[in-house]
Write a protein that binds this ligand. Sequence first.
Ligand code: SF4
Ligand SMILES: [Zn+2]
Length: 129
Amino acid sequence: MSKQVIDFITDPRYVRRAREQRTIAAMLRMYCHAHGHGADHDLCPDCARLLDYATRRLERCIFGDAKPTCANCLVHCYSADLREQMRIVMRWTGPRMLKRHPILGILHLLDGRRPSIRLPEKPQKSQKV
Ligand code: SF4
Ligand SMILES: [Zn+2]
């Protein structure tokens, strides 16, 4: 029997990360348009780059669908500059999400209550004398 291969994000077993990706996309659209960055309905290059990056991080998240929100993550796999950009976007969009996207906003608030996850410590390398 051949091994089963599933598509990440589009597969129903990845519902949480797929929804989180939609939430981030909605937040970035709100932020980008309200700040007059993009033309028409497109994201500006910086916001599009941030969305691509966040999507890739979600796809490769070490915690899978059990992940905490990235803001509560102890690993934090983002680069320092993009993490700061995302923090700025989230801080601006957070209070506005419930009005514009109530379901995504409520689910994201609930996700924020998920515990942070600590990874097991790596074994110490024995020191040679
Ligand atoms: S910051 Fe943490 S929760 Fe978010 S994608 Fe990276 S490892 Fe996963
Ligand atoms: Zn933008």
